[in-house]
Write a protein that binds this ligand. Structure first.
Ligand code: GLU
Ligand code: MG
Length: 474
């Protein structure tokens, strides 16, 4: 939408929109919000609404992490809505949505702002005449709490099953209608492998659009699921015995109008430049993992044989390689890379900001690309395929040691993220596997409870109201 904010607000009012939810995503990966009336939208764009910097010191359970450098009562920031990204949220009920970016009171961009990092890196690539297109796939479990508080699949049916689609067809209809009403372009929707699990592939766009769409789509999915009396779990590992939920990130690259991942002389059609970028991403993966998989429980998903791809290898169409090259198809679909390790606790702005920084570095200093791996890397002789960090503590150490990311993010943001990672590592210390999984099982619903206690963060069955959509009440 290219209208100036005032005309846009008017246009939205004519569509019956009354309130704008302005979101940003904090260091723990939680979307936070302030709501303004449409009449206040212009001011929210130009001046912003107040937000304390302490919100980046929140842990994944909502508690303020003691010792975090941002755990201070002083200071204030202005969250400014991005008018260009304004979109409907639930238009039938008057709701619109816009992503925000935080500024200092002086008007300078806040150095710790995640979306600002993503924008900065995008502008840097644009200056190098590089177009990076990105798109997320979302997986989630549709669940009700079992007697013990753990998520139990709410819709029966088999893996990729038309039976599951039909068992949940009212849900699917409501969801797809809601996505379209919100103006969210998507490519594909299906029941996933895990019981009660669904997947949505969002249409690719610029890195900012891709991250915005992920945040927007999660709100819509969460809302529609709630209308049916269920909850959606985006947790990387909602329960120990089930497959996890991924948030795979797809990337394609063009420089000066020339695609870099196809039409070249190297393996699977890679250009020399494309191979150099892929090698940079591969080398930086352990450090990127702290952003792609930011919860302690993220590392329970990254098991071998679960298509979550926990090896530091690349492969052509290999679903167990952390970086999967999907070559161009006869139908002209562009070649792209899939970062399979990422999950939906990741802050998409930070992840895409960091990925773009690594891409820019790979363009400047191409590294030699090792050969691709085919088949399951866990079956290779010891040492042939490096395992990615197996815990957040290990990934966080790689993140701390990455000069590339430190420089791209800036000392303030890099350091504060290190504090958030340390807080999450502490939150999970001394927990049993079951406690660890239970503590984030209902993500993105954030509880205020401590991790210990098995069911922390789980909604109590009694508090769940069954609001049946009007269409189903008849
Ligand atoms: N659910 C798997 C994951 O955690 C991915 C399955 C797939 O390949 O789509 O990433
Ligand atoms: Mg999938």
């Amino acid at each position: 939408m290219a209208l100036p904010p005032a005309s846009m607000a008017l246009a939205l009012a004519e569509q019956g929109l009354r309130w704008v939810a302005i979101t940003w995503v904090n260091h723990a990966g939680a979307p936070l919000v302030k709501v303004v009336p449409l009449a206040g939208f212009e001011a929210a764009v130009a001046v912003g609404v107040g937000f304390s910097p302490v919100a980046d010191a929140f842990s994944a359970d909502g508690a303020i992490a003691p010792g975090h450098r941002l755990a201070r009562p002083d200071g204030d920031l202005r969250l400014r809505a991005d008018a260009a990204a304004l979109a409907p949220l639930e238009p039938a009920n008057g709701w619109a949505w816009a992503p925000g970016e935080r500024y200092e009171r002086s008007g300078a961009p806040y150095a710790g702002d995640q979306r600002h990092l993503c924008r900065r890196q995008m502008e840097q690539l644009e200056r190098a005449r590089v177009e990076l297109r990105a798109g997320f796939e979302l997986e989630w479990l549709v669940a009700s709490p079992a007697a013990d508080g753990t998520p139990a699949p709410a819709i029966p049916g088999g893996p990729y099953g038309a039976d599951r689609l039909v068992e949940g067809l009212d849900y699917a209809t409501a969801l797809l209608e809601a996505l379209e009403a919100a103006g969210l372009p998507w490519l594909q929707f299906h029941p996933e492998y895990g019981a009660g699990q669904f997947e949505l592939s969002l249409a690719p766009g610029t890195p900012l659009e891709a991250a915005d769409r992920l945040v927007h789509a999660r709100l819509v999915i969460q809302r529609v699921t709630r209308r049916f009396g269920w909850r959606c779990c985006f947790s990387p590992k909602p329960s120990l015995e089930r497959v996890g939920n991924g948030g795979h990130l797809h990337l394609s690259l063009v420089r000066d109008g020339v695609p870099l991942l196809q039409g070249g002389e190297q393996e699977a059609g890679l250009t020399g430049t494309g191979a150099g970028v892929l090698a940079a991403l591969l080398a930086e993966l352990p450090a990127l993992l702290a952003l792609a998989c930011p919860l302690a429980v993220s590392y329970r998903r990254l098991a071998t044989g679960s298509w979550s791809a926990p090896f530091q290898v690349w492969g052509v169409e290999n679903r167990e390689a952390a970086l999967r090259l999907v070559p161009t198809a006869a139908d002209g679909a562009p070649a792209h890379l899939e970062l399979k390790v990422a999950d939906l606790a990741a802050n998409p702005y930070l992840l895409l900001g960091a990925v773009q920084a690594v891409v820019a570095d790979g363009l400047e200093r191409p590294r030699p690309l090792p050969p691709p791996v085919s088949g399951d890397p866990s079956g290779l002789p010891a040492g042939a395929a490096a395992r990615l960090p197996a815990s957040l503590a290990q990934a966080s150490a790689a993140f701390a040691a990455s000069d590339l990311l430190r420089e791209a993010l800036g000392e303030a943001l890099h350091g504060a993220l290190g504090d958030s990672q340390a807080a999450e590592v502490r939150r999970a210390a001394d927990c049993s596997e079951a406690e660890l999984v239970a503590a984030s099982a209902w993500w993105p619903v954030v509880g205020g409870d401590r991790l210990k206690g098995g069911q922390a963060g789980a909604p109590q069955p009694a508090t769940i109201t069954r609001l049946r959509p009007a269409a189903l009440a008849a």
